[in-house]
Design a protein around this ligand. Structure first.
Ligand SMILES: Nc1nc2c(ncn2[C@@H]2O[C@H](COP(=O)(O)OP(=O)(O)OP(=O)(O)O)[C@@H](O)[C@H]2O)c(=O)[nH]1
Ligand SMILES: [Mg+2]
Length: 640
């Protein structure tokens, strides 16, 4: 299977994008009758071709008309490469600029510049202008060619340039979690529901279960099954990224799915409503004017990511550029909002913002997205830094958060995530986008216990706290100084009970029978200690003469003291009120072994020199242990 590259078109309306795709692929990307009649692309079109190199290139053809910018952004969103089309006879136009701003905001690195309609005008000026515009926006085209789709001039060079571009494309991780942004959903007679999209990472197999994260209605998240797969109209068992893919789904009808929904590896993505992000340096036109926001960022913007477009509320965190001197030598001032303006044209001036979405989305640190003001068409790119950010409650929390985010590298950093929370489960780390190779070999600041990743400082804190709370418990519970593990967990604010064992070990504490304590810790009976010692001394001589209530009372042994003595292993309770030393059953066996077998209860009682009150529960205790066996109502024997 040869690899596939997915490339989106971009460029002003009527500049020849669809014509070029058709010339390259032989496939008509304008799917609708209305589009063909009006010679205008309205929605996304799809076509593909195989180059001489054997590489397959799939195109997502976008509309240039400004009214359909939403469709354009949905086409560009999930695609890593762009074929930027400019007509030689019209040169640079408003939607050229708008599409460039979007591509630059998304940080698309793989751009091929094509000046087409070269049969209508000298392509050189348009090529020069477009190259300058791309450079000003921070995009370096991987190639620039002049063509005529009508005469075929330059088409071989274009194919060669596409082949060269394909060579530079990074290969996505086939093991990555799947997030397929849906661009179409429809019903095929006989097959049922089909969704299509650009698979950017991972693989999908027939039979897979996936979560459908819905954008609307009550269908917020549903489990669906992959019934069939197609890529470029060929049936497949497995489709691996990068690819255009059509997924036939069981468990959902097409009218429940919309562009902007996503098919996800189950449980592998967070469903997040609040994210912290950094504004990316705004792209500029060749004149120096930024495409981004010159004044304050509006509070309500559209977030474009993948094929989705959602309304978000934007909150600047701090002043964004708090301590960064501007080019003019001033320090940007505090509270008036985020400036992503002409003076802040440096990566260090990128500003931190908090985005709140009306509906949750499956997002990841490292996602690039566009914030767009539908009114003015202005855009700014964002780099999502944290999809599970801390609440900002206290005064100044926003500014502190902005500072913490300022130093963050983009993408996910396990150590930062663990340090921010203290601990993190492996599953949660995966949902945040931490890869398995990092999880397998976490940085030394992280202690891994089973499925939990704990910041080492936090771990040491728990060890110490566990020591303190168990010590405190022993002081306040002298009769039963062994702290129940669950109580210790709660008191020490340890998140999970299964951590008590490794923490106790690290703290040098004993963890046994659900309790945590100093090794060898004994109950202190206080005033009753002397009384118990006297009873123990008496039982040493006559082990089966269980103390009666008056003797216990005189010794100061009430129910709590007795329970403590039992817990400490100094007494055993055979019946409600028959207390003996733990050694008594073994001593009884020595006596009973000397009797003729089988023996009666009365013979046993006499041999043990005790009363029926003690003898009966003692014999039943031995039966229960399997040391003696009851033959009939009157007889027992020793089990050998
Ligand atoms: N002479 C000439 N005409 C061209 C060439 N390429 C495209 N055209 C014409 O330019 C017009 C627009 O072409 P399209 O391919 O529909 O343009 P588009 O960029 O896809 O337009 P939208 O999708 O609506 O933005 C059509 O009339 C094409 O026939 C070319 O190389 N030479
Ligand atoms: Mg078109």
């Amino acid at each position: 299977m040869s690899t596939m590259t997915v490339i989106a078109t971009a460029g002003h309306v009527d500049h020849g994008k669809s014509t070029l795709v058709r010339a390259l692929t032989g496939i008509e990307p304008d799917r609708w009758e209305e589009e063909r009649r009006r010679a205008l692309t309205i929605d996304l079109g799809y076509a593909w071709t195989t180059l001489d190199s054997g590489q397959t290139v799939a195109f997502v053809d976008v509309p240039g008309h400004r009214r359909f910018i939403g469709n354009m952004l949905a086409g560009l969103g999930p695609v890593p490469a762009v074929m930027f089309v400019v007509a030689a006879d019209e040169s640079w136009m408003p939607q050229s600029a708008e599409h460039l701003a979007a591509a630059a905001a998304l940080g698309v690195e793989h751009v091929l510049l094509v000046v087409t309609r070269a049969d209508l005008a000298d392509p050189a000026p348009a090529l020069e202008r477009a190259t300058a515009e791309l450079a000003a926006a921070g995009l370096t085209p991987r190639g620039a060619v002049a063509v005529s789709a009508r005469t075929g001039a330059g088409m071989d060079e274009l194919r060669a340039a596409l082949a060269a571009l394909v060579e530079t494309m990074p290969v996505p991780d086939p093991e990555a979690r799947v997030r397929l942004w849906v661009d179409r959903a429809f019903t095929i007679t006989g097959a049922g529901t089909v969704v299509t999209g650009t698979l950017g990472g991972g693989r999908i197999r027939v039979g897979d279960s996936l979560d459908l994260a819905g954008s609307s209605g009550e269908h917020r998240s549903a489990r669906v099954t992959v019934r069939g797969l197609h890529s470029l109209e060929q049936s497949r068992e497995t489709v691996e990224a990068p690819a255009r893919v059509a997924v036939n789904l069981r468990g959902v009808s097409a009218d429940e799915i919309h562009r902007g929904d996503a098919l996800l590896t189950p449980g592998a993505w967070p469903s997040t409503r609040v994210v912290d992000a950094r504004l990316v340096t705004p792209p500029r036109a060749a004149t120096g004017t930024p495409y981004g926001f010159e004044t304050d960022l509006p509070e309500h913007l559209m977030l474009h990511l993948g094929t989705t477009a959602r309304e978000v509320r934007v909150r600047p965190l701090g002043s964004g550029t708090t301590s960064e001197p501007r080019r003019d030598g001033h320090v940007t001032s505090g509270r008036e909002g985020v400036r992503a303006s002409a003076d802040d044209h440096s990566p260090s001036a990128a500003s931190a913002v908090r985005l709140t979405l009306a509906e949750p989305l499956p997002l990841a640190a490292g996602d690039r997205a566009i914030l767009r003001d539908p009114g003015t068409g202005r855009v700014v790119g964002i780099d999502i830094l944290d999809v599970d950010p801390p609440e900002l409650r206290r005064r100044g929390a926003g500014a502190r958060r902005a500072e913490a985010l300022a130093g963050r590298a983009s993408g996910i950093d396990l150590q930062t995530e663990v340090a921010a929370r203290g601990f993190l489960t492996v599953d949660d780390a995966r949902r945040l986008g931490v890869t398995d190779d990092v999880l397998a070999d976490p940085p030394p600041e992280i202690t891994r216990h089973g499925d939990l990743l704990v910041d080492h400082e936090v771990w040491l804190g728990w060890v110490e706290t566990l020591r303190v709370v168990t010590g405190e418990y022993a002081r306040t519970h002298p009769l039963e100084p062994w702290m129940p593990a669950e109580a210790a967990r709660t008191a020490a604010r340890i998140p999970r009970l299964d951590l008590i064992a490794p923490l106790a070990e690290a703290a040098g504490l004993t963890h046994a029978r659900g309790r945590v304590h100093e090794p060898g810790l004994r109950a202190s009976l206080g005033a009753a200690e002397a009384g118990l010692a006297a009873i123990e001394a008496r039982l040493a001589g006559s082990p089966f003469a269980a103390p009666e209530r008056p003797e216990l009372d005189a010794a100061g042994l009430g129910p709590r003291q007795i329970a403590a003595a039992i817990e400490a292993g100094r007494l055993i309770r055979l019946d409600d009120d028959v207390l003996l030393q733990p050694i008594a059953p073994a001593k009884a066996m020595r006596v009973l072994t000397g009797l003729p077998q089988p023996f009666t209860t009365s013979q046993a009682r006499q041999a043990l020199d005790t009363t029926r009150r003690v003898a009966i529960p003692l014999l039943e205790h031995l039966d229960a242990k399997g040391w003696t066996r009851r033959i009939d109502a009157g007889h027992r024997e020793i089990v050998r």
